[in-house]
Design a protein around this ligand. Structure first.
Ligand SMILES: [Zn+2]
Length: 267
């Protein structure tokens, strides 16, 4: 599975289609999900749809957990209705307030992740969210990871198509709309179709820009083709041409025009 995953992440769309045709994704064994909660994590709060565990710390985390949990519950109905899918179980969330501890546990330099292997959201969040910008960043992050949790449980294939996975998380978490308002990516180069087809490489090179443009593709599909087509597309992304009724190259051209209009540039 790991080898197939790596192949898929680096394959251009044509190769990806060929690879995925006839490849049956194995269902994960339910037993593998019955991981124990590590002893250094404590259940701090249970809400209607989530369990919030915090890595043991001397800091007061109650306010931070209240902020994250109420934001999560506030956005839960919107996200599950938009994606027409609710996870069958409560979402388990591990929160670390020490960035180094978090990175050590994850094994790479990141602040948040959804782990499809154990279906857990793992995030670093500072215990003090009193600064409005800090609060926005980490509430956005939690909901972003929750969107990954929803779409990867709905269709595990999405986890192998980086731009679709990240673009959907960025768009549905409202991070894209926030960034559009800021206009700070309006001068950034629009990626070519070839770059998007190698989206893993594009993400490594472009960083935040890649999230922005991938989010814009997802927003474009949602706005121009409607919520139903968007949901069909998420459930069978390889059938994009028949679902949207337009070849990939024309879809790309139409999207590029849409982005140039948004950025206020003449064609
Ligand atoms: Zn993400």
């Amino acid at each position: 599975m790991r080898i197939v995953g790596n192949l898929l992440q680096h394959a251009p769309m044509g190769v990806l289609l060929a690879l995925l045709a006839g490849f049956a994704f194995p269902d994960r064994e339910p037993a593998s999900l019955q991981h124990e909660i590590p002893p250094e994590l404590t259940l701090v709060k249970e809400t209607e749809h989530a369990l919030f565990y915090v890595r043991d710390t001397d800091e007061d985390v109650s306010q931070m957990v209240d902020i994250l949990s109420s934001y999560f519950e506030e956005h839960y109905p919107r996200i599950t209705q938009m994606l027409k899918f609710s996870p069958p179980e409560k979402t388990t969330i591990f929160i670390y307030t020490d960035k180094n501890q978090f990175r050590e546990m994850i094994g790479r330099d990141t602040e948040g992740t959804y782990d499809a292997g154990d279906r857990r959201i793992k995030v670093y969040t500072p215990s003090d969210l009193s600064d409005p910008d800090v609060k926005k960043e980490y509430t956005f992050q939690l909901v972003h990871e929750f969107v990954h949790a929803v779409i990867q449980q709905m269709n595990p294939v999405i986890g192998y198509i980086k731009w679709l996975d990240e673009g959907t998380a960025y768009f549905v978490a409202n991070q894209l709309q926030d960034e559009i308002r800021s206009q700070r990516r309006f001068q950034a180069p629009i990626p070519s179709l070839e770059q998007l087809e190698q989206s893993h490489v594009y993400f490594e090179k472009a960083g935040g820009e890649a999230y922005y443009f991938s989010g814009l593709i997802v927003q474009f599909v949602y706005e121009k083709f409607g919520a139903d087509a968007f949901n069909e597309f998420l459930r069978d992304p390889l059938a994009v041409e028949s679902i949207l009724g337009i070849p990939l190259s024309r879809l790309y051209d139409a999207w590029k025009e849409y982005v140039m209009d948004l950025h206020g540039k003449s064609r």
